[in-house]
Design a protein. Structure first.
Length: 120
C-alpha cells in the first residue's frame, strides 16, 4: 500500500501510466518492487513498462490501476518470489525468465529473490 500511495500523489485512488512513470523516477522502492528502471523511454524500457502496467491492470485495458488490482499484482510478485526461491534452492537455474510467472517482470522476480536470499 505504501508503494501505491507513493505513486498516487493526488489521492485519486487509481494510478495512471504517468503516475507509475513518475513513481519510478522519484522512488527507488517503487522501481525495485516493479522491476522497472528509473527512466522509462521509447524502446526496451517502455516495452517493459507496458508489460508491467498491463499486468497491474489485471488484464483490463483501461490504462488505470486501482488499489485492489495493485494489491493483486504485488501478491502475484510474492508468489513468484516463492517459486523462484524454491526452484533455486532445489538447484534449478533461472534462465531467460523460465521460472517467471506469466506477465510478471523477470527483473522484479530476480530482485525480490536476491532480497530473500540475503535474509538470515
Amino acid at each position: 500500500m505504501q508503494a501505491f500511495n507513493a505513486m498516487d500523489t493526488k489521492s485519486k485512488g487509481v494510478l495512471s501510466q504517468i503516475d507509475v512513470i513518475k513513481g519510478c523516477r522519484s522512488n527507488s522502492r517503487v522501481r525495485e518492487l516493479l522491476g522497472l528502471p528509473e527512466h522509462i523511454v521509447e524502446g526496451d524500457s517502455r516495452d517493459q513498462f507496458e508489460e508491467v502496467f498491463h499486468a497491474m491492470e489485471g488484464g483490463r485495458d483501461d490504462k488505470k490501476v486501482d488499489l485492489d488490482h495493485f494489491i493483486n499484482f504485488t501478491e502475484t510478485l510474492g508468489d513468484a518470489v516463492v517459486a523462484v526461491v524454491t526452484a533455486v534452492a532445489a538447484g534449478n537455474e533461472i534462465e531467460n525468465g523460465a521460472l517467471a510467472i506469466e506477465a510478471v517482470p523477470v527483473q522484479a522476480i530476480e530482485a525480490e529473490a536476491e532480497v530473500v536470499a540475503e535474509l538470515p
